[in-house]
Design a protein around this ligand. Structure first.
Ligand code: PMP
Length: 396
């Protein structure tokens, strides 16, 4: 038997073979193992040169300067460093931060911490399509607003926010703008300069790179405003101490280089496959697609199957690897806060599945998925009807 069809690319991506080759070469060759901070000898210098090349590869994809990239262990750390690092320099009791109700837990939980320390937080609502209205954002700004933190693309529904318009407004008002670009980098063109982004969080493992490595972009002239959250040897311009994980960084650099080459053609291909999937699934009775289809990355589809628990459907389809909501919540079996924020009932949120496609998805896999899901939904619904429990198409 083959492996299940992988349609959970928003949770993580397989490592691209070119990335793993570059990482293995780093681990196996004498040019790779040196401590990149040991610049007094050949080995350290070799490692350091490779790290600087990776820094350029990452900065190239987002039009930043290499010195504006700080390596971290992933986007969770980058989000923590951005928000906590800035907040340490704000007068916390006079500090207002704006974020949104549909952020990832690595933003929401940091915001909660800052709130407990005395900051005032506002969480923007979205419309039923998952979009944030920039007028609503402007109306929340006060003279104490220091920072706005929003994700570019939502990890559950794939909806794209108008970061450029928001960035322009915030820059005019001198308010710092942090963007979580984990789900957009490599999928959408990003230019931190024209989009007026001051800080941005990145992760390698959503872009066919390894887990455990990410980066924070921070505008060069703002670096003195950021307090490190880890103290030690003063690596990364003093902003993030710790010996750099050379092989991971080389993996991220290679992944970002590939993303730049493939971005346009890949998103066209994914759009075709995603539309094929939705055209197939929408033939099933009583299904809904959550979030805007128009303002959405090509690879994401989030579908509610009314009257069926997502967990039950996923258990009935072990040959497809998908998820209900964010991977970070999947152990908790809670209804998705994102779906609830866009107006879904708890029941419908718990009946929803995220399908996310990627570089290695094929048309055959999409067709098999449509066939399997259609069959299982029918079976589960007729079973529920027979047993006369919890069967309500008009799920509130
Ligand atoms: N932000 C978003 C929007 C994400 O989707 C994720 C990963 N699910 C993260 C942050 C955390 O990234 P990492 O896994 O690199 O810590």
């Amino acid at each position: 038997m083959g492996f299940p069809i992988y349609l959970d690319y928003c949770a993580t991506t397989p490592v691209d073979p070119e990335v793993s080759e570059a990482m293995i070469a780093c681990l196996q060759h004498p040019q790779g193992f040196g401590n990149p901070s040991s610049r007094s000898h050949y080995y350290g210098l070799q490692a350091s040169q490779q790290i600087e090349r990776a820094r350029r590869q990452v900065s190239d994809l987002i039009n930043a300067k290499p010195q504006e990239i700080i390596w971290t262990s992933g986007a969770t750390e980058a989000n923590n460093l951005a928000l906590q690092g800035l907040a340490s320099n704000f007068e916390i009791n006079n500090c207002h931060i704006i974020s949104s109700k549909i952020e990832h837990s690595s933003i929401l939980n940091v915001c909660q911490q800052l709130q407990q320390r005395g900051a005032r937080l506002s969480y923007l609502a979205t419309d039923q399509y998952g979009l944030i209205d920039s007028q609503q954002l402007l109306s929340q700004i006060t003279e104490n607003t220091r920072l706005v933190s929003l994700s570019h693309v939502n990890n559950e529904i794939g909806v794209i926010q108008n970061i450029q318009a928001i960035g322009r407004q915030l820059r005019q008002r001198g308010i710092l703008f942090h963007v979580d670009a984990v789900q957009s980098v490599g999928k959408l063109p990003i230019n931190v300069k024209t989009m007026n982004i001051d800080l941005m969080s990145l992760s390698a493992h959503k872009v066919y790179g390894p887990k455990g490595i990410g980066a924070l972009y921070i505008r060069e002239d703002l670096q003195s405003l950021l307090s490190p959250q880890l103290y030690g040897g003063g690596q990364e311009f003093g902003l993030r101490s710790g010996t750099l994980a050379t092989h991971q960084i080389i993996g991220m650099g290679t992944a970002f280089k590939l993303a730049k080459q493939k971005l346009a053609s890949e998103s066209q291909q994914l759009m075709l496959l995603r539309n094929r999937l939705w055209n197939g699934l929408k033939k099933i009775e009583a299904v809904v697609c959550h979030g805007s289809l128009e303002h959405r990355i090509a690879s994401n589809l989030n579908v509610g199957f009314k009257g069926i628990k997502a967990e039950t459907l996923m258990m009935a389809c072990p040959d497809i690897a998908v998820s209900s909501g964010s991977a970070c919540y999947s152990m908790q079996q809670q209804a998705s806060h994102v779906l609830m924020a866009i107006g879904c009932s708890e029941t419908l949120a718990q009946s929803s599945i995220r399908f996310s496609l990627g570089r290695f998805t094929t048309a055959e896999e999409i067709d098999q998925t449509i066939e399997l899901v259609t069959e299982k939904v029918k079976q589960l619904r007729s079973l529920a009807k027979k047993n006369d429990y919890c069967y309500h198409y008009a799920c509130p």
